[in-house]
Design a protein around this ligand. Sequence first.
Ligand code: HAM
Length: 420
Amino acid sequence: MMQLIRGFRDILPGESAHWQAIEEAARRLFADFGFQEIRIPLLEKTALFARSIGEDTDIVEKEMYTFEDRKGDLITLRPEATASVVRAYIQHKLYAGDPFHKLFTIGPMFRRERPQKGRYRQFYQINAEVFGTDSPLIDAQLVYILMTLLGRLGVSGVQAHVNSLGCPVCRPDFKAALMVFALGRSAALCADCLRRKEKNPLRLLDCKVPSCREAMAQAPEMGTYLCPDCREHFQRFLSALSRLNVPHVPDSRLVRGLDYYTRSTFEIQTHVPGAQNAIAGGGRYDGLVKALGGPDIPATGFAIGLDRLAEIVKKDSQSAPGRPDVFIAALGGKSREKAFEWACRLGEKGIFAEMDFGDRGLKAQMKRAGKLDARYVIIIGESELSTETAVLRDMAAARQEDVPFSLLLGTVIERIGNPH
Ligand code: HAM
């Protein structure tokens, strides 16, 4: 038997209803806040991700699905969406006229991580990116949008972890202090941290290896190194969150796994113990548009992990297929052809008509109609064919009537009361 690839998965019908509910809620919310959809390719040049996410990150070092195409160009299945959205923003000069853009995109990402519950190699994200302002109010609004979405989906008890990663003015000093601190503790660090302590010492702050955690417990904190501008920016971010009543906790260890961040960063974590508790993360990336060859335009955004969110959202009511408006019970080949034609015509009018494609008797078909909880049943057999009159039965009222074929569809559409 063929099996799917490790770390990949199928979203089966019952589950996909939860996914649809989340995606619909997200689309509605984005519309409420003036976001427009952008759709970007699954494949991009490898260099795009290496330059934006950073050469020394886990994602670029070991998690990307990268291969040569037939001409030998290196291409990569997107491990995240931000880099591609920025590329598109620059390439299509979306900044011309008005640099301010609020964009969203929903789709699969690919990272070759060790699979476990809540962590997949193809996973899905809902992304929001805002270009053209460095205001901390927009950062707060993004967190607010995230929390509102979770609230609308019935997810409670979550809080935002927030931090500031500073800017090119103040971060180098912080990095240098971290490096010096880490050098003194080299003996306790894992191989990854040892390798990264010079190029990317921030990553040492969120290493999950216990000996690294212990060694870095007293490490310097970015908060004490923020320059006056970044300090004020962070304060305004925090006070906007407070004014919006968004539950949040400053978390100086929140460094995120991607290198493009500046200033505000945030993550929404659930209380589920274990490493896979982040359902969303994001932050400001003021230098990325310029770094990828565009003008100097600040930007900020987030991504929600749809797989993880779907696991939390329980929306049982939508996990079964919809109730048919009509069930057409047909007896004999000719009747079934007629039934089939009606089912198609009703479907086209937005009325869900189910039927039996086998050769079962009337009793079995009526039983199925009952099980599916159809509102009406149309019965058509030999005698109905000869008189060109079908039986239309209202299941709840247990009432039935004869309706001429010529009037049948019109009558059903009228009764269902929702013709399109
Ligand atoms: P990220 O933190 O790498 O950020 O991913 C965002 C969310 O995607 C995570 O919080 C998690 O819920 C989900 N996620 C990540 N990896 C996996 C996985 N292997 N399996 C299941 N879910 C996963 C970014 O990707 C940034 N681009 C977010 C951003 C947008 N920052 C600014 N704009």
